[in-house]
Each structure stands twice: as C-alpha cells, then as structure tokens.
Design a protein around this ligand. Structure first.
Ligand code: ADP
Ligand code: MG
Length: 252
C-alpha cells in the first residue's frame, strides 16, 4: 500500500519572499520513495525557487516553514550537506569551468561523497555513456566551451546517473530541447528510476518530456502557490487548455 512507502521529502508551509515578489507562499509538498512528481507552472510561478529552496542554495533561505529529508530537518543544512544526504538538483544555468573536462567535473562531484578509484570511475562512465547514447570522446570536452541547451541536458543526465542520488530535482530549461536531447533525458530518467527506491521531482513549464514518463503526481504552481495536486491527467488538461481552467476552478 502506498501508505507504507517511506517519505523522502516533505516541505511544510514554505514561504520565500524576494524584494517585491512573494516567490513561494505556504508551499507544501510530500514525496515518497519511488515516486515521480511533476511541478508545473508558467514562467515566474516560483518553480526554480522551489527547487533551489530544497537544495538550500544560499540566496534561497526560507522566510518560514521547514523541509524534511528522510525525517531529518534539513531546513538550515548547507547545500553540500544536502547533496551528501542524497539530494541532487540539475544545473539550469551554464556551468563554465576553464581547463576542466566534463569527466573531471563529474569525478570531483562524486568524490565529495567518497573516494572513487580511477578504474571504477572509468568503467562506470563507460556504462553510463553507453546507456545514454553519448559519445565517449565527448566527455573529455572542456566545460568552458559553449554548450547548447541540449548538450547541457546530456551533462545533467550523465551527472544524475553517475552520482545516483536518492532524490533528483530536474529543472528544465525554458529553451525548447531538440528531439535528440529529449530522448537522452527520458532515457536517463528511465534508467535512474529502474531502482524503485529513487524519487524524482521534474520541474517544467512545457510538458513534452512528461509524455515519455510515468508521472505519479502533478503539482500546479501559480504565483508561488501550489493550487492543485493531482494525477497525470492534469498534464493533458494543461496541454490542451493551458493553466486557465485550473486557475478558475481553484475555489471548488
Ligand atoms: P519559474 O522558475 O517558475 O519561472 P522563479 O522561481 O525563477 O520562477 O521565479 C519566481 C519569482 O521569484 C520571479 O518573480 C523571480 O524574479 C523571483 N526570483 C527568483 N529568484 C530570485 C533571486 N535569486 N533574486 C530575486 N528574485 C528572484
Ligand atoms: Mg525556472
């Protein structure tokens, strides 16, 4: 029964204000083991803020409310502490580190958790690149060379499968991904999810990627408020009619 599933993440009454903007207003969310949740909403709704609040990025300290990860209060934990506990947030903005290759970057990220032998790392990287359909040579590319939106998504999926967190938060870039990138992302997510103890929060304002996945719950965020939580049928409504029907049906 679903009641017996372990709660992985619980956000309670989260409020976050920026000068002139209430980015999150009493946001509540509970995510259990093995579940995929989608957080949807228009631009500026507060989606990325919610992701950043969960990760504890420095500009996103909450004004009020608490966040629990596996029953532990992480509201004041540092980002690296949260990562060590098994949280992962994909990078929405370009990462540019001169002189560092993609593979070095990923290895460094992995080693913040535990030392990993080069051979073990290389073997794992080989398996993961193969799964994702990524050219093995490509990962030696420097992180300071301009990456396209689609390429960035590939790096994220590489990181996801290499770091193998308990809960991954994937914040979609607003730029439309090409078919190739959408395939890499869905392949990455499906592989990650084969382990039924892994959970995902997919943040998106367009739902292309959601069509390829089995989504357990959909949360609709409007003006910093989660106005509705439902099953995957909400995706269809948004695809066909936009957010308007959900806003007007809010008080029912
Ligand atoms: P979404 O990801 O849904 O498009 P965001 O969470 O990025 O929305 O933004 C929600 C609101 O919070 C916006 O009005 C945005 O300008 C504001 N905001 C987000 N991050 C910051 C920040 N670091 N500093 C100031 N305002 C911010
Ligand atoms: Mg955003």
């Amino acid at each position: 029964m679903s009641d017996e599933k372990k709660t992985v993440l619980s956000m309670r009454h989260i409020n976050k204000t920026f000068p002139g903007v209430k980015a999150l207003s009493d946001a509540q969310l509970t995510l259990r083991e093995g579940e995929i949740h989608a957080l949807m909403g228009e631009n500026g709704a507060g989606k990325s803020t919610l992701g950043n609040v969960i990760m504890g990025n420095s500009q996103y300290k909450v004004d009020r409310g608490s966040i629990f990860f596996e029953d532990e209060d992480i509201t004041s934990a540092r980002t690296d502490e949260r990562a060590q506990k098994g949280l992962f947030l994909s990078f929405q903005s370009p990462i540019e580190i001169p002189g560092v290759s993609i593979s070095q970057f990923i290895r460094t990220a992995m080693e913040t958790k535990e030392k990993i032998r080069l051979k073990t790392f290389r073997d794992k990287l080989k398996t993961v690149t193969k799964t994702l359909g990524i050219n093995e040579q490509w990962i030696n590319r420097e992180l300071n060379v301009g990456f396209s939106g689609g390429e960035r998504k590939k790096i994220e999926m590489l990181q996801l499968l290499m770091l193998n967190p308990k809960l991954a938060i994937l914040d979609e870039t607003d730029s439309g991904l090409d078919v190739d990138a959408v395939k890499t992302v869905s392949r990455g997510i499906q592989t990650f999810q084969q382990d039924d103890q892994k959970s995902l929060l997919i943040i998106t304002h367009n739902s292309k990627i959601l069509e390829y996945l089995h989504i357990d719950y959909v949360h609709i965020l409007i003006n910093g408020k989660i106005i509705k939580t439902g099953d995957a049928s909400l995706i269809k409504i948004i695809n066909e009619q936009g957010y308007e029907p959900l806003i007007t049906g809010q008080g029912e």
